[in-house]
Write a new protein. Structure first.
Length: 224
C-alpha cells in the first residue's frame, strides 16, 4: 500500500528571532497510506491546525519534507502548489463554508469547473457524490434550506469533488449535535472508504477517533 502523505522532520515557528518566538512544531514525522484513515488528537494550542495547513500546502515548514502521493512538494512553484491543493487535496472544516447563493449541486460542481472539468461531467459527478450521502433529493436546495448535518455532508462532497488522493479535516463534526455528528461521520467514512484516499482527521471526539484506522497524538509540537 503506497503512501498518500509523508511528513518528515516538520518544524514550524512564529516570530522568528524575537523574544516572543514560539516553536509550534518540533520535528513531526507522519506517514498515511492510501486507504488509511488516521485520527489526529491534540489539545488546544498544540499545533494541530498548523500541521494540517502544512500537510495541505497552505503553509510551508521551516524545516522538513512534505511528500504527497510520492511527489516532493517542497520545491514547487506557487502555481504548482496551487494546482496541487486544488486537485490533490480535499479540505473539510468545522463549519461548512458553502456558497449561500448556490444550490448543493452547484457547490459541488464549482470546484470541478475551476479544475477544468466540463459542466456536464462535473454535474454528473456531483450528483453521484450527493447520492452517496443520501442528498440526491436535496441537490437543488440552497444551504439555508438544509439542516446543519446536510450542509456538512455537502461540504464533504465538495472536498471530494476533484478526486483528491488526500483528505484533511479539522473537527468536521465539531459543530453538530452528538446524534447528527455520528450520522455525518458515518457518511464521511463511507465516502473515504469508497475512494481509497488517505485521510487525516483532527478531532477532540475520542469515540469517533476510535472508529478510525489509527490514532496519532500531537503534544507540545511532537508526535507521541
Amino acid at each position: 500500500m503506497s503512501e498518500a502523505l509523508v511528513l518528515e522532520g516538520i518544524t514550524k515557528g512564529y516570530n522568528k528571532g524575537k523574544p516572543s518566538e514560539v516553536q509550534v512544531l518540533r520535528g513531526v514525522d507522519l506517514s498515511i497510506a492510501k486507504g488509511e484513515v488516521v485520527a489526529l488528537v491534540a489539545p488546544s494550542g498544540a499545533g494541530k491546525s498548523t500541521l494540517l495547513h502544512i500537510a495541505g500546502l497552505l503553509d510551508t515548514p521551516d524545516q522538513g519534507r512534505v511528500v504527497m502521493g510520492g511527489r516532493e512538494m517542497g520545491g514547487l512553484s506557487d502555481r504548482l502548489r496551487t494546482e496541487a491543493r486544488r486537485g490533490d487535496v480535499g479540505f473539510i472544516y468545522q463549519f461548512h463554508h458553502l456558497l449561500p447563493e448556490f444550490t448543493a449541486l452547484e457547490n459541488v460542481v464549482i470546484p470541478q469547473l475551476a479544475n477544468g472539468v466540463s459542466k456536464s461531467e462535473a454535474s454528473a459527478r456531483a450528483l453521484n457524490l450527493l447520492e452517496k450521502v443520501g442528498l440526491s433529493a436535496r441537490a437543488d436546495h440552497r444551504p439555508a434550506a438544509l439542516s446543519g448535518g446536510e450542509q456538512q455532508r455537502v461540504a464533504f462532497c465538495r472536498a471530494l469533488a476533484n478526486g483528491p488522493g488526500l483528505l484533511l479535516a479539522d473537527e468536521p463534526t465539531g459543530n453538530l449535535d452528538p446524534g447528527t455528528s455520528d450520522q455525518v461521520f458515518g457518511a464521511l467514512m463511507d465516502l473515504v472508504r469508497s475512494t481509497g484516499m488517505g485521510a487525516l482527521i483532527a478531532t477532540h471526539n475520542l469515540e469517533l477517533a476510535a472508529r478510525m484506522d489509527r490514532v496519532v497524538r500531537l503534544n507540545q509540537g511532537r508526535m507521541g
